[in-house]
Design a protein around this ligand. Structure first.
Ligand code: HEM
Length: 458
């Protein structure tokens, strides 16, 4: 790690082709959080900004024109950081191995299982809600962010691996993802990063426990190989190696950990911010409840209902615009290149931030406003223009996009049938941008029974 005594240059980052001149530090002149820094960099320097951190040269591109190129070109590859946790899993790799794995796993995400998933998701959200009245007894607030993490983790593990994990697993994952996020923010924004031996030991021990849990999921299935045609079966049955060899233990572990990471925090964060936006926009919340009442009455969501839940889906799309869980996509330049009129050296970092792209005033009217109806007619036209990239685009387009959108729509509709949420006023909600865009300290709400007030329930 570079020494703390290195000083910032007096010149600011640059938007010209002359290359990066300043060392960006966080907290510093540009703000005290990565989101503040991103916004300020773009406000002062525009869509193409170059700077250096203590770890190297970084280029931030915020216009869909360059975003398209970054996500399409094979000269921009993933950074090694996430490999610490994900190994060579699909989310971390960019090699011929990635291509083989993507081909292997893509069929698991096709439409065939949507009915089954809708009923599983509904069941999981209903079971979670059953526990809430007891949790708020005596006037306590409910941490909805935590509840969404628990629901999303259970949806992911049951849908993909027909398994369950203990609540502790969530805390273990949260710890390693937080540490990875801190390291990532250090590399991207020059945040000071002091790794104590305790932090390193905690990381190692926690990864050890996660690996034991994953090994148990795999061993249980091997002991009872029948069962669901889920992703774990696809992984265990695959014979992609030389002479038809199965995946190695390491490859299996990497893909299972990857899917657990990819599937739970992103969707939980989406549901958390959607609930926050609905709680702070009562007209939109009422419109959503009216739709749910009209389409479902009091019954559970079925796959055939999804196309009728149009407003609910627009709320999800708009939430992903304003609070994209993957707020930052990092790449590394392979060979010297040029983009947006700027020379990029081999090894330089490249950043695109869905958070900034989704608020680009050239593409979005009144971009800071929550307006689900801007997605009337679907998200396709914004996506086509690369102005809307919550799931990225190109070869790494999120494999779980449909899974996540289904889970979010089913979750919002199922919760609206039973509850409305009121924010606890004394707790302001701040963005906590690490690996995903979390709500700092959680989302604390009071529950209002929607059935008592002629809400979306029966
Ligand atoms: C709202 C929820 C989600 C969001 C916003 C999201 C976003 C993203 C983004 C931006 C990427 C590209 C990352 C990069 O290229 O560096 C990605 C990749 C990926 N996502 Fe998601 N994701 C979500 C949910 C899920 C779920 C539920 C799953 C699995 C069940 C999943 C599985 C994956 C996988 C496997 C990749 C790697 C694809 C590849 O590189 O070929 N995601 N996701």
């Amino acid at each position: 790690m570079a020494s703390e005594s290195q000083q910032s240059s007096s010149q600011g980052p640059t938007s010209t082709a002359s290359g990066p001149e300043a060392v960006l530090r966080l907290p510093g002149e540009y703000g005290s959080t990565p989101i503040e820094v991103l916004r300020e960099l773009r406000r002062r320097h525009g869509d193409v900004v170059a700077y250096r951190t203590l770890f190297g040269e970084v280029h931030l591109f915020s216009h869909p024109r360059e975003v398209r190129e970054v996500l399409a070109s094979h000269n921009f590859i993933r950074t090694p950081l996430v490999k610490t946790v994900l190994g060579d899993g699909l989310l971390a790799s960019d090699s011929p191995h990635w291509k083989r794995q993507r081909r292997l796993l893509a069929p698991s995400f096709r439409d065939a299982r949507v009915e089954e998933l809708v009923s599983l998701f509904g069941e999981v959200f209903r079971a979670r809600m059953e526990a809430w009245p007891a949790l708020v007894e005596g006037g306590a607030a409910l941490n909805l962010a935590r509840q969404m993490e628990l629901a999303a983790l259970e949806n992911g593990t049951r849908a993909l691996f027909s398994a369950s994990v203990e609540e502790r697993f969530l805390d273990d994952f949260a710890l390693v993802l937080r540490q990875m996020g801190e390291i990532g923010c250090g590399a991207a924004f020059g945040a000071s990063l002091v790794r104590t031996p305790e932090a390193n030991r905690e990381f190692k021990e926690t990864m050890g426990r996660i690996e034991e849990d994953v090994e148990r999921i795999i061993a249980d299935r091997r002991a009872d190989p029948g069962g669901a045609p889920d992703m774990l079966k696809v992984l265990l049955d695959a014979r992609p190696g030389p002479g038809g060899a199965p995946l190695t233990e390491r490859q299996l572990r990497d893909e299972v950990v990857t899917m657990l990471v990819a599937s739970h925090e992103t969707t939980a964060v989406t549901l958390t911010w959607a609930s926050y936006l609905l709680a702070t926009h009562p007209t939109a919340a009422a419109e959503l409840r009216a739709e749910v009442r009209g389409v479902l009455g009091g019954r559970a969501v079925a796959a055939a209902d999804l196309e009728g839940l149009v407003y609910t889906r627009m709320v999800v799309d708009e939430t992903l615009r304003l609070y994209p869980p993957v707020w930052n996509i990092a790449r590394e330049v392979v060979n010297d290149d040029e983009l947006g009129g700027v020379a990029l050296g081999a090894g330089a970092g490249v950043l695109i931030s869905p958070f900034l792209v989704h608020r680009h005033e050239e593409f979005w009217e009144d971009p800071e406003r929550f307006e689900p109806r801007r997605f009337e007619g679907g998200e396709g036209r914004f996506q086509g223009a690369l102005a809307y990239i919550p799931f990225a685009s190109g070869r790494h387009l999120c494999l779980g996009r449909r899974f996540a959108l289904t889970e979010a729509v089913v979750g919002l509709a199922t919760m609206a049938q039973r509850f409305r949420f009121r924010l606890r006023e004394e707790r302001a909600v701040e963005i906590d941008p690490l690996l995903t865009l979390r709500a700092r300290g959680g989302l604390w709400v009071d529950l209002i029974d929607a059935r008592d007030e002629g809400g979306a329930g029966t």
